[in-house]
Design a protein around this ligand. Structure first.
Ligand SMILES: [Zn+2]
Length: 332
């Protein structure tokens, strides 16, 4: 189990032992936190035959659970885009039968917000009927998308974001060098940060930010490479966005932690452009990101729009010669 799940699991385990866990639990929390794993671990504790030490890992139930073949555990909602009514109806039927091992039944619905409307209504019926010996565990990173009537019938439990230090330690153990900046870029999610680092995106980010800063006010051959890297994945504009925000923050001398703390030399250089130029560039970037959003349909002229924005950025008069207050020029 992931280290940040240990403390929450102990708390849930205490609820199970004291009989305070309701028949339906909604595990809420951000994406990439391992809520599904926590739900499965909880199901192991619920089904274990040694309630005083559950999960004991030795009893028949725990061994079946470990092998993924416990007959009284039903998990739905893996990788599917949506959870349909058939899956929920099947779950209701299974829960209506008596437990094979005589120690209760557990149903887990991972990513419950993906239920279709019909599926959600079917689940509501299951929740309204006396649940008997069954426990239903729902996980969701978008609980606001669930029917209010489903939420209100569940005991709600919020899985907190883990402390950055714990995540960075865990990443180091995985052989990955993380940073606060990498965590910020992934909304503090440990699993998303791990995947991001494993894909080598942190190195790409550093490289892209350097290219961007080098091009400020001076067009160069790097512009084509930068443009194609951004066109390939417009989400990378987010990196530039945060860098520009940090630079603006420094230019305004606002005392607050930087979003990309590991790129401070770059944001400090950009801060010499002055607040007005940075603000203009940021506003144009917000506009650009809006037009490049996948939801808006990829515009035919995405390359043109990006090219125009970069063109303004590389224009020698871009502003820093005029607005710089340091007087030592930008290249230093
Ligand atoms: Zn056991």
């Amino acid at each position: 189990m992931y280290p940040w799940l240990s403390a929450p699991f102990l708390q849930l385990q205490a609820l199970v032992r004291s009989g305070q866990l309701g028949h339906a639990l909604l595990l809420k929390g951000g994406e990439g936190m391992g809520k599904g794993e926590l739900a499965k671990e909880l199901s192991r504790a619920l089904l274990c035959q040694h309630t005083d030490v559950a999960p004991c890992e030795h009893c028949h139930a725990c061994r079946l659970h470990a092998a993924g073949s416990h007959p009284d555990l039903h998990v739905i909602g893996g990788e599917e885009r949506s959870i349909g009514i058939d899956a929920i109806r099947g779950l209701g039927q299974v829960l209506a039968e008596s437990a094979r091992l005589g120690h209760g039944k557990v149903a887990v619905i991972i990513g419950a917000e993906r239920m279709t409307e019909a599926a959600a209504n079917a689940l509501l019926k299951t929740l309204e009927e006396p649940a008997g010996e069954a426990t239903l565990v729902l996980t969701s990173s978008r609980p606001e998308r669930l029917l209010p009537t489903i939420r209100s019938r569940c005991q709600q439990w919020l899985l907190p974001l883990p402390a950055p230090a714990m995540v960075l330690d865990w990443l180091a153990g995985e052989g990955l060098a993380g940073s606060q900046a990498a965590l910020n870029l992934n909304q503090g999610s440990p699993l998303h940060t791990r995947d991001y680092l494993a894909r080598g995106e942190d190195r790409q980010r550093q490289q892209l930010l350097e290219q961007f800063v080098a091009l400020a006010g001076q067009p160069g051959p790097g512009i084509a490479a930068l443009q194609s890297a951004l066109l390939e994945r417009p989400a990378r504009l987010h990196w530039l966005h945060l860098l520009l925000q940090d630079a603006l923050q420094l230019a305004l001398e606002v005392q607050a932690p930087l979003r990309l703390d590991d790129a401070e030399p770059l944001s400090r250089r950009l801060s010499r452009l002055g607040p007005a130029a940075l603000d203009t560039t940021l506003a144009a970037l917000v506009e650009l990101r809006h037009t490049l959003q996948p939801a808006a349909g990829r515009p035919l002229n995405a390359g043109l729009q990006l090219g125009l924005w970069l063109g303004r950025w590389t224009r020698p008069a871009v502003a820093y010669h005029q607005t710089t207050h340091s007087g030592d020029g930008f290249a230093g």
